[in-house]
Write a protein that binds this ligand. Structure first.
Ligand SMILES: [Zn+2]
Length: 359
């Protein structure tokens, strides 16, 4: 079996060459499910409490085919840490997360990404608010650059203005590292049927403005499931954005009526499922395979999955674009299954009455 050889090609070089870049995200929800992180504040305290587990998950995602190791600094910002009285740990949590990711990236020849995200406090009507938001981005960007990131991902913004400030901060403090900027589309507020950001900028227009302001990759992450996100991405593609496009939906079955995983309801009880009961609306692996094929058709070259992702989904996504990462060694092969296998070693031994009972 081929293993991935270390490569030094940068993000933009890969995209310019027409290569696809697969990006595994979803660390918060993955650790929450494994009971090492609390739903609610969603601060990645696992970086401080169990760094070895963060290393392990990075390695599992790389083994499943991720081209990028994203430092787990999502929500490790000043605004979030004050919620749990941990602002004293701000620099430590950021630098630890960055070093953990860097070590795995350098060992595996993958790209090392820094990460800034929605602060949730940006408010255009408050005069000094922009400075406060920018300060949050500035310190995280400076630590990321200091630890040697290959590029920075700024993500999950529901307001165009906050995404623009994040990009402006990367340009100002990022010492020239490429910027990937992705927004989270809420889906319900629309202009001519297309979603707008919360501050009422039509999504394709938001992408064009980010591109014009120097973003190297633009697109959507989080909130929407694959089907919903692809509808918006097709529109963005047709609108004439030239920059490479990114799409990293959540692996949940969102719908036209419930376009984000924050709105999804349980198909049986009708109750809202975010966040503890999302399991009942998860995508199948086939859904993820189809998503990867559709990305290929639309021309999305930077693709991945956000909250809800696990290594098996990333592996499926890679297989959908014709790759066979090391984890594919254990991809399902039902030929030898005890009841459904068609291999003659199974069929000649397993009793037919059991097979008939399960048809
Ligand atoms: Zn997410």
């Amino acid at each position: 079996m081929k293993s991935k050889m270390p490569s030094t090609k940068g993000l933009l070089e890969r995209l310019d060459n027409g290569e696809k870049v697969v990006v595994a995200e979803g660390y918060l929800f993955n650790f929450e499910k494994r009971c090492y992180l609390q739903a609610g504040h969603f601060v990645p305290t696992v970086v401080l409490d169990h760094p070895e587990l963060v290393t392990q998950l990075h390695k599992e995602f790389v083994r499943a085919g991720s081209d990028v190791v994203q430092a787990f600094t999502y929500y490790a910002h000043r605004e979030k840490l004050q919620l749990i009285d941990k602002t004293a740990d701000l620099e430590t949590i950021n630098r630890n997360a960055l070093r953990i990711a860097r070590d795995v990236a350098r060992e595996t020849g993958t790209l090392f990404a820094g990460n800034i995200c929605n602060t949730n406090i940006y408010n255009l009507s408050e005069a000094d608010n922009k400075d406060k938001v920018k300060q949050i981005f500035k310190e995280q960007i400076e630590w990321a650059v200091d630890e040697g990131v290959d590029f920075i991902i700024a993500e999950t913004f529901v307001k165009f203005e906050e995404a623009a400030i994040a990009l402006e901060s990367i340009k100002e403090y990022g010492k020239g590292v490429p910027a990937v900027v992705t927004m989270a589309a809420t889906g319900l507020a629309t202009v001519e049927g297309h979603p707008t950001t919360v501050d009422k900028v039509e999504v394709a227009e938001a992408m064009k403005r980010l591109e014009a302001a120097g973003a190297d990759v633009v697109g959507l992450n989080c909130f929407n499931g694959p089907e919903t996100a692809l509808g918006v991405m097709s529109h963005i593609k047709k609108s004439g954005v030239k920059a490479p496009l990114a799409c990293l939906p959540v692996p949940y079955r969102t719908t036209t009526k419930e376009p984000t995983f924050l709105q999804l309801t349980d198909p049986i009880t009708g109750e809202k499922v975010f966040s503890a009961n999302l399991d009942c609306v998860m995508c199948s692996r086939d859904d993820i395979f189809k998503f990867g094929r559709r990305c290929d058709e639309i021309g999305i070259d930077y693709l991945g999955l956000c909250c809800g992702n696990s290594p098996h989904y990333t592996r499926t996504l890679c297989e959908s674009i014709g790759r066979r990462p090391p984890a594919s060694e254990y991809s399902p092969d039902m030929d030898l299954h005890g009841f459904f296998g068609t291999d003659e070693r199974v069929t000649k031994n397993v009793t037919k009455d059991v097979q008939d009972a399960l048809k």
